[in-house]
Design a protein around this ligand. Structure first.
Ligand SMILES: NC(=O)c1ccc[n+]([C@@H]2O[C@H](COP(=O)([O-])OP(=O)(O)OC[C@H]3O[C@@H](n4cnc5c(N)ncnc54)[C@H](O)[C@@H]3O)[C@@H](O)[C@H]2O)c1
Length: 455
C-alpha cells in the first residue's frame, strides 16, 4: 500500500512543484499507461463421487425450493423422497416432476417424523425458516435453509444453539459465496491485489413486475387448496388472502424486504471474500417510489455500514442499494476497493483494476495538474495489466451446484460447511437491521463478534 507522503510515481515534477500542491497528496499524477487487459480462466472443481445415498425432502416446494431440489439432485448419491407444502398445487407439481411415489403432505412435521429422510431443504417464506430449521435439526435431519436464515435478528440465537445441540449439518442458501468468482476474489484480496481494503459497494437493480415481486396467483389457489393456518404459522391471524401467500415478500409478517431478500447475498459474498464477521453500525434510508400495490416495504433502499478493524481486514465502509425502479434495468454487482485497485466480483467473474492510469476527467483537477508545469520523465517502467479479467470455464456448473456439493460433503463427512448458522446470522443480521433502521429511523449498533444488537 502507498503510504501517505510516499512518492506517487517514479516521475518527477518541476515548476509548480514548490507550490506545495503535491504535498497535499490531492493532485493526481498523469501517467501515460495504455490500458491492457488480461484474461484468465477460473477452473471448475472436480465433482465429488457418491458414497452413501442421501435421501432428501423439500419443505416449501415453490420457486426456489424446487430449483434447490433440481440442483441437489445433480450431486451424485442424492434422492428426493418427499415434499411438504401448504398449497396443494405445489405438491401436485412436485409429484408431476419427481414421480408419484414421493411422499407429499401439507404438514412439514410429517416429513420430520420419517426415518427415511436424512436432510431437508427449507424453501418456505422467511417467517418459517427458523422454526422449521430448529424442528428439523432437533429431529436429527441435516438442513439446507434458504436465505435469509431468520426473519428477525432475535430468532438467530435459537437456531445457532439448535445447530450446536443437534450436531447436524446446517447450511444457509446464499449460494454465491461458494462460487468460483468469490473464491478467486478472496484469494486476490489476500494476495494484496487491491492493496488495503477501505471500501466496498454493491447493488441490485430491477425494473419489471416480476423483479418487483408481482408474481402470478396460481390457478386453483383457494381456501380449499391452501392450508392457510399452516402458511400463517406464528404470524398474526387474518382471513385468507391469496396476495399474502403468493406475494409474501411484500408483507413484513412473512418477508424481510429488499434487504433480507437481496442485501443478504451481498453480505454473504463480502464476508466470505473479506473474511469478515460484519459491520458494527448500520443505517438505511429509502422509500416506496413506484410499486404502490399495497406492499409494506420500500422499493428503493440504501444501506451504509461501518466495518471495524478485525483479524480478517482493516476498517472499511460498505454501501449497498436496491432499486426496483431502475431505468437501466436488471443487474447486480459487488465491488471491493483498496488502496491499489478494485475488484468487481460476480459468481463467475472477477475484474481486477489497478490505479495506475490517472488522467483526470474532473475539469478542476485537470486544471490543477496543468498548473503544476512540465513533467520531467525518468525512464518509463513496464506496467502490469491495468485490467485483469478472471472468468469461469464454460462448463462450470455454477455456484448453486457448488453450494449443494459443499452441503452434502458436510453431511457425508461430518465436516464444517461454508455457511453454517453462525455465518448465516452474521450475514442476515445487518440486512435485517436495515429494516429496523429504515422503519424506526435510527442507527443500529450490532456486535458482529457476540452477534447481539447493542442499545
Ligand atoms: N438463494 C436464492 O438465490 C433464492 C432465490 C429465490 C428465493 N430464495 C428464498 O427461497 C425462499 C422461498 O422463496 P420463493 O421465491 O421460492 O417463494 P415461493 O412463494 O415461490 O415458495 C414458497 C413456498 O412455500 C410454501 N409454504 C409457505 N408456508 C409453508 C409452510 N408452513 N409449510 C410448507 N410450505 C409452505 C408456499 O406454499 C410456497 O409454495 C425464500 O426464503 C427466499 O428468500 C432464495
Amino acid at each position: 500500500m502507498t503510504k501517505p507522503g510516499a512518492p506517487l510515481s517514479r516521475r518527477r515534477f518541476v515548476g509548480a512543484l514548490a507550490s506545495g500542491a503535491l504535498a497535499t497528496g490531492a493532485t493526481p499524477v498523469a501517467l501515460s499507461a495504455r490500458p491492457q487487459r488480461e484474461r484468465h480462466l477460473l477452473t471448475t472443481r472436480r465433482h465429488q463421487s457418491a458414497n452413501d445415498l442421501i435421501q432428501i425432502a423439500v419443505i416449501g416446494a415453490g420457486g426456489m425450493g424446487m430449483a434447490d431440489v433440481d440442483t441437489a439432485l445433480r450431486v451424485p448419491g442424492v434422492k428426493l423422497v418427499a415434499a411438504a407444502d401448504c398449497f396443494d398445487g405445489r405438491l401436485e407439481a412436485a409429484r408431476g416432476r419427481h414421480g408419484r411415489e414421493i411422499f407429499t403432505t401439507r404438514d412439514y412435521r410429517e416429513i420430520l417424523a420419517r426415518d427415511d429422510i436424512d436432510a431437508v431443504i427449507v424453501g418456505t417464506p422467511d417467517h418459517w425458516h427458523k422454526q422449521i430449521s430448529v424442528d428439523a435439526l432437533l429431529a436429527g435431519k441435516a438442513v439446507y435453509c434458504e436465505k435469509p436464515m431468520v426473519h428477525s435478528i432475535e430468532e438467530g440465537a435459537e437456531l445457532v444453539s439448535a445447530q450446536e445441540q443437534s450436531g447436524k449439518t446446517f447450511q444457509v442458501g446464499s449460494q454465491g459465496m461458494s462460487s468460483l468468482g468469490n473464491e478467486k476474489a478472496k484469494q486476490l484480496l489476500e494476495e494484496g491485489a487491491i492493496g488495503e481494503l477501505n471500501y466496498a459497494e454493491g447493488f441490485w437493480a430491477r425494473n419489471d413486475p416480476i423483479g418487483a415481486w408481482q408474481y402470478e396467483i396460481p390457478e386453483g389457489a383457494s381456501e380449499e387448496t391452501v392450508d392457510w393456518d399452516m402458511f400463517l404459522g406464528s404470524a398474526p391471524r387474518r382471513p385468507y388472502d391469496p396476495l399474502r401467500i403468493f406475494r409474501w415478500r411484500n408483507y413484513r409478517d412473512y418477508g424481510t424486504g429488499v434487504s433480507g431478500d437481496l442485501f443478504v447475498h451481498l453480505f454473504s459474498s463480502l464476508h466470505f471474500v473479506a473474511s469478515s464477521h460484519g459491520p458494527r453500525k448500520i443505517m438505511a434510508q429509502g422509500g416506496l417510489r413506484y410499486w404502490k400495490d399495497g406492499r409494506e416495504v420500500p422499493d428503493v433502499l440504501l444501506g451504509m455500514f461501518d466495518y471495524p478493524e478485525s483479524s480478517g481486514h482493516p476498517p472499511f465502509n460498505l454501501s449497498l442499494r436496491v432499486n426496483f425502479v431502475d431505468g437501466t434495468s436488471g443487474t447486480t454487482f459487488l465491488r471491493l476497493v483498496g488502496s491499489e485497485g478494485a475488484m468487481d466480483v460476480t459468481w463467475t467473474e472477477v475484474v481486477l483494476r489497478k490505479n495506475k492510469v490517472v488522467n483526470p476527467t474532473d475539469v478542476f483537477l485537470q486544471m490543477k495538474t496543468d498548473e503544476m508545469g512540465t513533467v520531467v520523465e525518468e525512464r518509463a517502467t513496464m506496467l502490469p495489466p491495468a485490467e485483469t479479467v478472471y472468468v469461469a470455464e464454460d462448463d462450470y456448473w455454477g455456484a448453486h451446484y457448488d453450494h449443494f456439493a459443499n452441503f452434502f460433503h458436510g453431511v457425508r463427512e461430518g465436516v464444517p460447511v461454508a455457511e453454517d448458522a453462525v455465518f448465516g446470522l452474521r450475514a442476515a443480521a445487518p440486512a435485517l437491521a436495515c429494516n429496523d433502521s429504515y422503519f424506526d429511523e435510527k442507527v443500529v449498533s450490532w456486535d458482529p463478534e457476540t452477534m447481539e444488537v447493542r442499545p
